[in-house]
Design a protein around this ligand. Structure first.
Ligand SMILES: Cc1cc2nc3c(=O)[nH]c(=O)nc-3n(C[C@H](O)[C@H](O)[C@H](O)COP(=O)(O)OP(=O)(O)OC[C@H]3O[C@@H](n4cnc5c(N)ncnc54)[C@H](O)[C@@H]3O)c2cc1C
Length: 396
């Protein structure tokens, strides 16, 4: 097997790497501390970075040129993410819009919707969030209860969405809602685009165990949404939502950051003193970190296998679920081992006096669970792998 990239792709890598070296502001070089765009100031700082990438043609590179992308190949997209990880660049601010809403609209939107909404996504002029999960319906998404009732030229929406990332910064949300409760659950759903400034839409932040406020519950009380904001056909929103989910899982594939995490863990082990010797000198520590490195490498090759499928024009395989499960589970175990290495220092909170690495490891430990829940829980990924890869019978 040949894992090398073509000369053209290596030239692309050099060009982007050099641009990052010259343009990524030093104060935005994340050293692995969690990005926390909770406050308006921090969010705007990240938006400025996003705009810098956009203005230089380095945003949404895989999007077609007509929508503001540069029509990059899948391999270039893969390299692009590798370089962002390598440079420890912070996340961009319109992740939901870029990864999910834009591509979904390209497939399902009317010409008017495409013209109105897509161009403002890559530039982060309009920020998007996605309203899928509800207080009683997450894994069982098709059972959502938020109601939209047609009246004249608009729908009247009532209900609530929860765990809505970024809703407090968003200008628009997608909304999976029930337009016909008499139809079977997958069939009476519609997919709307809702302006967050609509009267009757209220955002309430949810504070996480890390102290971050990136999540929200969003309430809809007699909110009027123009019928022109219906994406796809009425009562066929499940198909649109599935397109959205497919993009979500594909995105989880192309990242290579797990080896970055393993290297940081090795650096931590080298810093920790154990009875006058570095923890790194301990064979047990070396074995554990080597095990993590092997898993990270295996995940890298799984993501390359996924890339190969895509390059051959094959439909998405189970690699998306395997990568999602593998990376989030490995991350959880890496953070747990960091706690073991830190011993009593693991109890010092983020940014506390005397904390090693400013306490970022305890913060990451607290944050690690969320990856195992977002974008379909790991139990659901186990179900998918069990049924589609191993051919096990479907659970009741
Ligand atoms: C970081 C993060 C960001 C998120 N962002 C958004 C967002 O922007 N927009 C949005 O709409 N949602 C978002 N979510 C919500 C996320 O999609 C849901 O939390 C997730 O789908 C699980 O749904 P739930 O919380 O209702 O849990 P439930 O579905 O109630 O599951 C509870 C437990 O039961 C298990 N379980 C459920 N069904 C099965 C089954 N069939 N087999 C085995 N085990 C099962 C689950 O694995 C879980 O452990 C986000 C979540 C996180 C953590």
């Amino acid at each position: 097997m040949d894992f090398s990239f073509s000369q053209e792709d290596e030239a692309f890598r050099r060009e982007f790497r050099s641009w990052l070296e010259q343009n990524l502001p030093r104060d935005l070089h994340g050293d692995g501390e969690p990005a926390d765009p909770d406050t308006k100031t921090e969010f705007e700082r990240l938006r400025a970075w996003h705009r810098k990438l956009y203005d230089a043609g380095w945003m949404c590179i895989h999007w077609p040129k007509e929508y503001g992308g540069r029509g990059a190949t899948l391999i270039q997209q893969f390299i692009y993410h590798q370089e962002l990880d390598r440079a420890k660049a912070p996340p961009t601010v319109n992740f939901q819009g870029i990864a999910r809403v834009g591509p979904t609209l390209m497939q399902w939107g009317t010409p008017e919707q495409k013209k109105r909404f897509i161009p403002k996504i890559p530039s982060a002029e309009e920020i998007w969030c996605q309203g899928l999960s509800e207080p009683n319906h997450g894994s069982d998404l098709a059972a959502v209860e938020t109601r939209a009732v047609g009246e004249g030229d608009h729908f009247v929406v009532n209900g609530s969405k929860v765990w809505t990332s970024n809703a407090h910064h968003a200008d628009f949300t997608t909304l999976l809602c029930r337009t016909d409760p008499t139809l079977p659950k997958h069939k009476g759903l519609s997919y709307l685009l809702v302006d967050m400034k609509t009267p009757g839409v209220t955002v309430r932040p949810l504070v996480q165990i890390t102290g971050e406020r990136g999540f929200n519950q969003v309430f809809f009380e007699d909110a009027q949404v123009p019928k022109s904001n219906l994406v796809g056909q009425k009562n066929q929103g499940w198909m649109v939502a599935m397109t959205n989910m497919m993009f979500e899982r594909t995105i989880h594939g192309g990242r290579s950051e797990m080896m970055v995490e393993v290297r940081q863990l090795a650096d931590l082990a080298k810093k920790i003193d154990r009875r006058g010797r570095s923890a790194w000198d301990d064979k047990y520590v070396q074995n554990r970190i080597a095990g993590f490195a092997c898993e990270a490498e295996a995940l890298k090759y799984t993501s390359l296998r996924q890339l190969t499928r895509q390059l051959r024009g094959l439909p998405p395989g189970p690699e998306g679920s395997m990568l999602k499960l593998g990376t989030t589970d490995l991350n959880l175990r890496i953070q747990s081992f960091a706690m073991e290495l830190l011993g009593p220092y693991s109890q010092l909170a983020y940014q506390a006096d005397g904390a090693i690495d400013r306490g970022k490891w305890s913060q990451r430990m607290l944050a690690a669970r969320r990856g195992t829940i977002a974008a379909g829980t790991n139990e659901i990924q186990h179900n998918i792998i069990g049924e589609r890869v191993l051919g096990l019978p479907k659970g009741s």
